[in-house]
Design a binder for this molecule. Structure first.
Ligand SMILES: [Zn+2]
Length: 475
């Protein structure tokens, strides 16, 4: 075991109120034992590859520039959207310096002579982004998708020891189990990394197919929790990492009805990238044409929150500025919008938040990407010698805070990250930051939109966003 070594375990798509002791006893017990960040949030858009990149760079999309799961990126691909799920698109962008604008954890550790390992059952693109320079800096990666997402030596060692990787399934427990064995029986005994990311594709992929509360989704949570139980055992044995951090990248809510967004915006067919969060990538827009577009969107019964600003950063009536959600990168959309979703509920547990969806799932399946609290609320907890024990932290935090905190635990500089070191949770520090609250609004006609945020030492972390007036959720 290396001093200060830390393992980050991610449960993809696990909404905080779904991480119950009944479904996930090992996780629930662990979260109680260390510091439990009960107000942890994702980023916007709450999509996996954006979340991965925000986690490993310690920065929101405004700063790292991987602006959505898919987007229009003319410098790299023309005639179709840039796909972050596809490592070839990621490589092509990186080759011309158009992938991300901030250093990721792998590069930072490499420069300090330390090793970061990745073991993942996530998509090829998501796994690639966990340590996108792994091949050039010689860091090990194991992916269930094999080479070239996996690095050669680690993948061969896994196949030799455990045989072929089980087939993809929902629940994906057999794959999670296999990856867990790679972590516990190869990566720690043979590589002993300073930092490791272990990423589990469940419950996300199963929840997309069977819904947030589906029996199969609950089975996938139990499967992920069983794998986590084996990791806790390794950690307690003293043969794994010193510190253990658990997180999720976003939550999920229930998609109930499909919207064919492109049919409503035919004149933008080749400049539109569709998702739970959709973007229009436009050039040479005047403030007047942007205002017209925002007004048109605000009148659509499927449209949720709208983000836009003029080329010189001026507010457009009816839209929130990109800066409100730490977005607004030069590669980002000119105008973006979410699909309509239910407003925030006062109930804290087992809410059944709903939204419209554009693609990918069947009605009743889980969805994410927008600003509903069910999509933004994540799990984050940590334990080990670096972290305070038995602590419930109410201080709001988000994915960009994770990298600077890990770097501090590892004794490395945090320059170039935008997140906050979670000092309140660290042994030997304990500083608690000042927190304020605000609600941003924008209105046009009857369409109203709201963003409830915390300001933590001046940084806005979005709790949730919703629409009202004629934008109120109705089916
Ligand atoms: Zn995800």
């Amino acid at each position: 075991m290396k001093k200060a070594s830390t393992l980050v375990v991610t449960f993809d798509g696990l909404r905080r109120d779904r991480a119950t002791a009944e479904l996930m006893p090992n996780l629930a017990a662990f979260m109680k034992s260390g510091v439990n960040f009960i107000n942890s949030r994702s980023i916007f858009p709450s999509e996996t590859r954006v979340a991965v990149t925000s986690t490993v760079t310690g920065a929101p999309p405004r700063d790292h520039g991987l602006v959505a799961n898919q987007y229009i990126h003319d410098a790299v691909v023309q005639g179709r959207t840039f796909q972050t799920a596809d490592y070839k698109d990621l490589m092509a962008a990186d080759a011309i310096g158009q992938l991300i604008d901030r250093k990721a954890l792998g590069e930072r550790l490499s420069a300090a002579g330390k090793t970061m390992a990745v073991v993942s059952t996530a998509s090829p693109g998501a796994t690639w982004m966990m340590n996108h320079k792994a091949r050039t800096i010689g860091h090990p990666v194991f992916s269930v998708h094999g080479e070239p997402i996996s690095t050669l030596d680690l993948h061969r060692a896994a196949l030799e020891k455990f045989g072929p990787v089980p087939a993809d399934a929902t629940p994906n427990t057999a794959r999670l189990d296999y990856a867990c064995s790679v972590l516990t029986d190869i990566v720690y005994p043979e590589i002993d990394p300073d930092l490791c990311i272990f990423w589990m594709s469940d419950p996300d992929s199963t929840s997309h197919a069977f819904g947030v509360n589906g029996a199969e989704t609950e089975a996938s949570q139990r499967g992920a929790d069983a794998a986590f139980g084996r990791i806790v055992e390794l950690w307690r044995s003293g043969n794994g990492p010193e510190n253990l951090v658990v997180m999720s990248d976003h939550g999920q809510i229930t998609g109930v009805q499909q919207v064919h967004v492109a049919e409503h915006l035919p004149q933008y067919a080749d400049r539109l990238s569709i998702g739970s969060f959709s973007g229009l990538y436009l050039e040479n827009q005047t403030p007047e044409t942007l205002a017209e577009l925002v007004k048109y969107l605000s009148e659509q019964p499927w449209c949720g929150l709208i983000f836009a600003e003029t080329a010189d950063g001026q507010v457009i009536d009816g839209a929130l500025p990109w800066s409100a959600v730490s977005h607004g990168h030069k590669r980002g959309a000119t105008v973006g919008f979410t699909l309509r979703a239910t407003p925030p509920s006062t109930e804290s547990a087992n809410r059944n938040d709903q939204c419209l969806f554009a693609a990918y799932i069947q009605p009743g399946g889980g969805m994410h990407g927008g600003l509903n609290r069910g999509e933004l609320s994540t799990v984050l907890a940590a334990a080990g010698p670096a972290f305070v024990a038995d602590m419930v932290s109410e201080v709001p935090c988000w994915l960009p805070d994770i990298a600077p905190t890990l770097l501090t635990v590892l004794g490395l500089p945090t320059d170039g990250t935008s997140g906050r070191v979670l000092t309140e949770a660290l042994v030997g520090d304990g500083r608690v930051p000042a927190v304020e609250q605000r609600t941003l609004t924008a209105k046009i006609g009857g369409h109203e939109q709201y963003l409830r945020q915390w300001l933590v030492e001046g940084t806005a972390i979005t709790d949730c966003g919703w629409t009202g007036g004629t934008g109120t959720w109705r089916l």
